[in-house]
Design a protein around this ligand. Structure first.
Ligand SMILES: [Zn+2]
Length: 338
């Protein structure tokens, strides 16, 4: 499965995005109806001030988690119904592409560009989402009946692309495939083997299963079965044990892990968008402009508009009410840098 990268919900957004504790009972599948990456979807979700939120966004390369699974999201359109309050929301990216109509304002579907630029990405994203769904079903001990769609809760035609171009059963079959259940898809078996073999890795302590031959089919000395060895190299299904000692390769299926590899590799952090705040305003001016100026922050309208956008005010016009909210954030040290 592609990596799951978690990006914490900013603390000042928890009250908007995931205010309630949740014990999940289902999965709710969506299509984003846009052409942003998973990272972009989650960043936008965290940034804006709308009561719209979901747990995962999945694209062709990665899965980004933006909410804890024990907090609710707002994605199913059913208010305080089971979709929002008990559902793990998964957004599949790249389901739509738009262009401006002749009037220069109205957004209309651009299927041609979608087909040439996004179809492939969407299909990969859809597979990745199915694999994530299968993992969650396994984690929670659920069956396929726990996989639901946005449409089930509010009637919205979502996940639109999945429904229109592939069919809901197609998606459910993908999920079943990743759960190891028999479907017509041929790559299920390979997937399964992959997940079974990947747990043996460099640094693991293992025992060789009694009676197993070496990777090349050579019989080995009986004492080998009694010892514990360190895995020094893994390539596909071939693992080399104890390079300085017996230095013999085995098929990973003939090995049993005694002790897991010590994980020293750090989580990749390079791409995690870090939320940065402006320094706290400790003065008592009621004017946002004065407060910004006192902190040597550009207080021009255009810059304020940028700041407002970063803090979820998408249509900033410079009204007193908006400025006052921004000033409060600044005062609390919670004004996000643009
Ligand atoms: Zn939806």
């Amino acid at each position: 499965m592609v990596a799951i990268r978690k990006v914490e919900c900013p603390t000042n957004k928890i009250g908007i995005k995931c205010p309630y504790k949740m014990t999940p009972t289902r999965i709710v599948i969506h299509n984003t109806a846009s052409n942003g990456s998973a990272q972009a979807e989650i960043a936008y979700m965290h940034r804006n001030g709308n009561t719209v939120s979901f747990h995962f966004a999945v694209d062709d390369n990665e899965i980004v988690q933006g909410l804890d699974l024990n907090r609710n999201g707002w994605h199913a359109g059913d208010g305080n119904g089971k979709g929002n309050r008990e559902g793990i929301g998964i957004e599949i990216c790249y389901s739509y592409c738009w262009k401006l109509a002749a009037d220069g304002k109205t957004k209309i579907a651009d299927e041609k560009t979608w087909k040439s630029k996004y179809k492939d990405k969407f299909e990969k994203a859809q597979r990745n989402a199915a694999e994530l769904t299968a993992k969650l079903l396994k984690d929670y001990g659920w069956g396929i009946e726990k996989v639901t769609k946005h449409q089930d809760y509010s009637g919205k035609h979502c996940p639109h692309r999945t429904l229109d171009d592939y069919g809901w059963d197609y998606f459910l079959n993908l999920v079943k495939g990743f759960m190891g259940e028999k479907t017509e898809t041929t790559d299920t078996a390979t997937k399964k083997e992959e997940t079974e073999t990947t747990s043996i890795k460099k640094g693991c302590k293992v025992k060789v299963n009694k009676g197993a031959k070496s990777y090349n089919g050579v019989s080995i000395a009986a004492f080998v079965y009694n010892n514990v060895y360190t895995v020094d190299e893994v390539k596909g299904s071939r693992a080399v044990l104890d390079k300085n000692g017996i230095c013999t390769a085995f098929n990973v299926k003939d090995l049993t892990i005694v002790e897991d590899a010590k994980t020293t590799t750090k989580e990749p952090v390079a791409n995690v968008p870090v939320v940065e705040y402006y320094p706290k305003y400790s003065g008592d001016s009621k004017s946002l402009v004065d407060a910004l100026k006192s902190l040597k922050i550009d207080a021009s309208f255009n810059h304020r508009k940028e700041i407002a956008k970063a803090n979820g005010f998408t249509d900033y016009t410079g009204k007193a009410a908006e400025n006052s909210k921004l000033r409060t954030l600044l005062k609390n040290g919670k004004l996000i840098k643009e």
